[in-house]
Design a protein around this ligand. Sequence first.
Ligand SMILES: Cc1cc2nc3c(=O)[nH]c(=O)nc-3n(C[C@H](O)[C@H](O)[C@H](O)COP(=O)(O)OP(=O)(O)OC[C@H]3O[C@@H](n4cnc5c(N)ncnc54)[C@H](O)[C@@H]3O)c2cc1C
Length: 541
Amino acid sequence: MFPILTPAQVKRIAAHGVLRSIRPGEVLIEAGARVVPFFVITAGRVEAVRPSGKGETLVTIHAPGQFTGEVNMLSGRPALVQSRVIESGEVIELNREQLLALVQTDSELGELIMRAFIVRRVELIAHGLGDVVLVGSNHCSGTLRVKEFLTRNGHPYSYIDLDRDADVQELLDRFHLTPADVPVLICRGEALLRNPTNQEIAACLGFNESIDQTHIRDLVIVGAGPAGLAAAVYAASEGLDVLVLETNAPGGQAGSSSKIENYLGFPTGISGQALAGRAYTQAQKFGAQVMITKDAKRLLCERKPYAIEIDDDVRVLARTLIIATGATYRTPSLDGLSRFEGAGVYFGATFMEAQLCRGEEVVVVGGGNSAGQAAVYLAQTAKRVHMLVRASGLAESMSRYLIRRIEQNPAIVLRTNTEIAKLEGTNHLEQVLWRDGQSGEIETYDIRHVFVMTGAVPATQWLVECVALDAKGFIKTGPDLSQEDLAAARWPLARPPHLLETSLLGVFAVGDVRGGNIKRVASAVGEGSIAISFVHQVLSE
Ligand SMILES: Cc1cc2nc3c(=O)[nH]c(=O)nc-3n(C[C@H](O)[C@H](O)[C@H](O)COP(=O)(O)OP(=O)(O)OC[C@H]3O[C@@H](n4cnc5c(N)ncnc54)[C@H](O)[C@@H]3O)c2cc1C
């Protein structure tokens, strides 16, 4: 976390910045400062403290050979700790651009500095040393939303639990708060936000402050799931000027996965949160800028450069665009469904899930082709597959060949007019209760695995009629585009669209939002990175 640089390393850093003297009491970085330089101490001592209402918490003391900073240096967000000189000496000072140039060009120093920054942030999070105090209750959905938002954005916060902390009444009185105001966020010691939206939190914490929204970008990527983040890493590392827009937090669906076990290179698995955090930092290291809580509201595709309308009627301009907005799974509104995601509730039936429920009874929910395929596939290894369909039959929603296979398979029990009433368990799903739609009768079964195959809805509403979509609303790309699609879109070039290119020149679709995509983290990452080579070709066209 606090490595000591060798004289040779210090010399290499000095070539990027300026040397200056420091004296005791001098504040090098103020907590909350928006412009945050990077300092290497060559003589003297600098302490890092986190100021709070109750005083200060000492984070560390930097000695000669050590350096200040954490991941905020890369994102350009306000400083979380104050750096103050306690012993006179000398420092090398680099601004943010000089630091980015250093970590991008000097691989040894880049690795050392990045690792220290990331571990420091992890420590700040672990000790709740941030500029945010959250007052809430674990029984309140608003509190859980804010916690998730801060966590998924890797922002440290301290938490005061209304149900547990003894001195909470004093705090409520001091700020004239009632329990109805929770969750309450005390933000940067300046603002008190009552049940804030994620946008309000991002604005208060200055998540997007350093990002220029006015100049024309080589590439705008919409969505910071695995596909969008992969595209950002490749594009920025190959010198493109990249802006990413994200509604919520980096990571997308993968960010909500407790453990991804089939992603290459992580033999013991990796949590979606950890994977997203790393990818996000990696994209920023190469200079990609990521705007959080900024939705693409509308694409204006009749003009060049393309304009993407974000909040408050602000538009960002792009020479090329990558759509990586993913899809959301249609989930029955059921108590406990999200609690058991990955712990008995699954949205895909692959070899991995099939192994998890080998020899056990499983439930497949849904009457479409994806549900049918899942039932047939799982019946090869499961003891019994209960297929729950709300309608009175499958004929309307499923291909004939699949219906036949289901009917002929003794391991599959088709239950029409049936829907799940409740899911129960502690850490893992243990019991499924389902209701007969005609009699209203509820039956309880000891079943530990439910596959929700009710389809995914692509996030394409904001595209209006700019790109050709398939029958289910997913974006058509490359060879999937018919001559009629291209004629309707008035495709302007003699060449056909590139792989992953939509019916709109220079606009690409990658990941789950793309028609025919295999809904996996690896394929999203692969498509995001492949698209960049075509972006280069379009930019040079
Ligand atoms: C619980 C769960 C567990 C999973 N586990 C695995 C697994 O173990 N292995 C595996 O390979 N796959 C797994 N998957 C599937 C995998 O997560 C997805 O295939 C992958 O995340 C798709 O990536 P994506 O970037 O295309 O889309 P997404 O991950 O859906 O990301 C899209 C992003 O775009 C943002 N967005 C949407 N609309 C807009 C807009 N208008 N403006 C700005 N931003 C927008 C969203 O907020 C989101 O962050 C899992 C999925 C879930 C839900």
